[in-house]
Design a protein. Structure first.
Lengths: 324, 320
């Protein structure tokens, strides 16, 4: 056992049980119907312990499990102007937004952070399906641009967890414009020679799939995640035939050559670090007891400043690896 | 025969009457109807002016989809010389919903890419109603990369209801194809100018319209989703397309205010379909004007300007 499972994890879990699950002690798996105790489900990253069904997980919960010691820092995202189109359907857009903010405790549908995975420094962004179906509007676009800019500034890879019903219709054409805007962000990473890994989670659909979520150097998906541009219902209405079993699910896409891997949530931490360390010329992950990462902010900044000076001086061996 | 849209009903009655009178006169030379017919003409003109002066967003959507509106093929055949279509994605098929090839505009060699909807049942089916499959985007990517290698500007003509919601299109990775096509637009060191000539439908439009300059015909539309689609999702009622069209701000006029597009090309009175030749000419002038803005600019500058433009997009809302 290492320090993460011995010390930090129980502390984090106790935070979760206090904050997030006050009444509902049990959750029923939509797939197999098993009643799952919330604590057990949280420990298993919201994956059914009976059938392996992957349920929705909040970005913070995911990052808690992903990063060393559950330690990560938010990256600031520039706030877009409010309700640019003054959009109104049956409800006003600002009212819908406020309701989503209240329910989730988050600003918007994407969280950008930095931290370390098996001592591999990364920037990570995660889309929040529980926030207005993870829909992509100006904020999500700004978040991806901020993530890419931060990754380039720090010389770190970017990992992006996608989840979205598609575009934020209440931002009309401006939601559509996030397709080119986020593609510019991906281009920044490619030009800086930094790895960009996408983890597609259930569901990733529409304009999100047709932009940043399909442009990773490595494309990973969670088991059984729905990944598509046009959803199965729209297709069935258009072609009037029943679609094959598993159509547009992660495993189907893997079979059709659209993905590199399908990886269960619990294995992603090791896998992401393993891939990134090879792409960036680092040695293999060192498993086992390691000292906890520095949590004191002033000290962390001082260490980072030293690291940046070190990075600024040429390291011939690492550069040589990158160019081959 | 003019095909009348629903909101043009009163117009069809007046124009129909004028036509009837003239038909009478043709049958019987002793009857003089010209005075009366001319009055009806004037009345029709007034009505057309008032109708088209205040089209609602939903009415514009109907004009944008009008069957007689000039389509990609009409522009290509009229505006360009040496038109040489180039086919195929070198992988699976040639997508007939996307026209692409080499041509000259006023003597200057360019690459042209555009959606073609077709004009009758046979050609509409052949063109898949202007809905590209992955092969269409991949053909466009191939042509854009070639344009970049040989320093040819790219002109794209946008007219699509959107990407094709089909089994094969999904299986062959249309998401990835659209994403790569947008990326190809962003990588060009040559100018890319787009004109939305009818419908700019969602990702299918963006894939070719991530351009240095985007112009829209006066009554064309450009949107993240069709008014009908938006109505059925947000209003849970596809019949609320009027409200949805209003809320989406999909008109050329609103998109210019939002700085999503750069110019609006005026249409003849009564819409592009009432004077196709004049419309095609106006679009040609707009393309030349937009291309001229980039004459002599270095590749890196053209690429950087395009990126900066999209990064800054949306920083201002609708200026009232
Ligand atoms: Zn289960």
């Amino acid at each position: 056992m290492n320090w993460i499972s011995n010390y930090v994890r129980p502390k984090i879990n106790s935070l979760f049980s206090r904050r997030e699950v006050p009444e509902n002690l049990w959750t029923k798996c939509d797939e197999c119907g098993t009643m799952l105790f919330h604590r057990e489900l949280a420990d298993n990253l919201q994956v059914c312990t009976n059938c392996g069904h992957h349920m929705n997980i909040t970005p913070r919960e995911r990052f808690n499990a992903l990063f060393d010691g559950g330690v990560f820092t938010d990256v600031a995202v520039p706030k877009p102007i409010d309700d640019p189109l003054r959009f109104r359907d049956q409800k006003k857009y600002p009212d819908r937004l406020k309701a989503a903010q209240k329910a989730s405790g988050e600003t918007e549908a994407m969280l950008v952070v930095e931290g370390e995975i098996h001592r591999t420094p990364v920037v990570a962004a995660c889309q929040d399906f529980s926030f207005m179906a993870g829909s992509m509007g100006m904020y999500v676009g700004n978040a991806i641009i901020a993530a890419a800019e931060r990754a380039v500034a720090l010389g770190r890879p970017l990992i992006l967890f996608s989840a979205a019903g598609g575009a934020r219709m209440q931002e009309g054409i401006l939601s559509l414009m996030q397709m080119p805007r986020t593609t510019v962000a991906v281009e920044m990473l490619k030009e800086a020679g930094l790895p960009y890994i996408v983890v597609l989670t259930h569901p990733t659909t529409g304009g999100v799939t047709a932009s940043y979520a399909m442009l990773g150097d490595v494309q990973i998906a969670e088991p059984n995640a729905l990944i598509c541009f046009a959803g199965p219902r729209v297709i069935e209405q258009t072609i009037r035939e029943t679609l094959p079993e598993g159509f547009q699910r992660a495993e189907y896409l893997l079979d059709h050559g659209m993905l590199d891997r399908v990886t269960p949530r619990g294995e992603q931490r090791d896998e992401l670090a393993t891939i990134l360390r090879m792409l960036t010329g680092e040695g293999p992950i060192v498993y086992g007891d390691l000292p906890a990462p520095i949590q004191d902010e002033a000290l962390a900044e001082a260490v980072q400043a030293v690291e940046e000076t070190v990075e600024a001086t040429p390291a011939p061996a690492a550069d040589g690896d990158k160019t081959t | 025969m003019t095909q009348y849209l629903d909101f043009e009903k009163p117009l069809s009655e007046i124009e129909g009457k004028a036509e009837e009178l003239r038909a009478m006169a043709r049958a019987d030379e002793t009857v003089d109807v010209e005075r009366e017919a001319a009055l009806l003409d004037a009345k029709a003109r007034d009505l057309l002016t008032s109708l088209y002066g205040g089209l609602s967003p939903w009415q514009k959507a109907q004009v944008a989809r009008h069957a007689d509106r000039p389509h990609c093929k009409d522009y290509i055949e009229t505006l360009f010389t040496d038109w040489t279509p180039l086919a195929g994605d070198r992988n699976f098929a040639d997508d007939h919903a996307v026209m692409g090839g080499l041509a000259r505009l006023e003597g200057r060699a360019v690459v042209v890419i555009g959606h073609e909807k077709g004009h009758d049942t046979r050609t509409r089916i052949e063109r898949n109603f202007g809905m590209a499959r992955p092969e269409g985007y991949r053909k466009a990517i191939r042509l854009m990369e070639m344009a970049d290698r040989f320093g040819l500007p790219v002109v794209s003509l946008i007219d699509t209801p959107g990407a094709y919601p089909g089994k094969g299109a999904e299986e062959r990775g249309q998401s990835e194809a659209i994403a790569r096509s947008t990326q190809a637009c962003l990588r060009l060191g040559v100018p890319l100018v787009s004109v939305i000539i009818g419908e700019g439908g969602s990702g299918g439009a963006v894939a070719f319209a991530t351009a240095n300059r985007v112009a829209m015909l006066e009554h064309s539309i450009y949107s993240v989703i069709s008014p009908e689609g938006c109505a059925s999702i947000l209003w849970k009622d596809a019949e609320k397309m009027r409200e949805a069209a209003e809320a989406l701000r999909l008109t050329a006029q609103d998109l210019l205010k939002l700085s999503v597009i750069d110019r609006v090309v005026p249409e003849p009175l009564g819409g592009a379909h009432r004077n196709r030749a004049e419309t095609v000419r106006a679009v040609g002038e707009a393309i030349e004007g937009m291309l001229a803005e980039f004459d002599g600019r270095p590749a890196e500058d053209i690429r950087a300007a395009r990126r900066t433009k999209f990064l800054g997009m949306g920083s201002t809302g609708l200026v009232a």
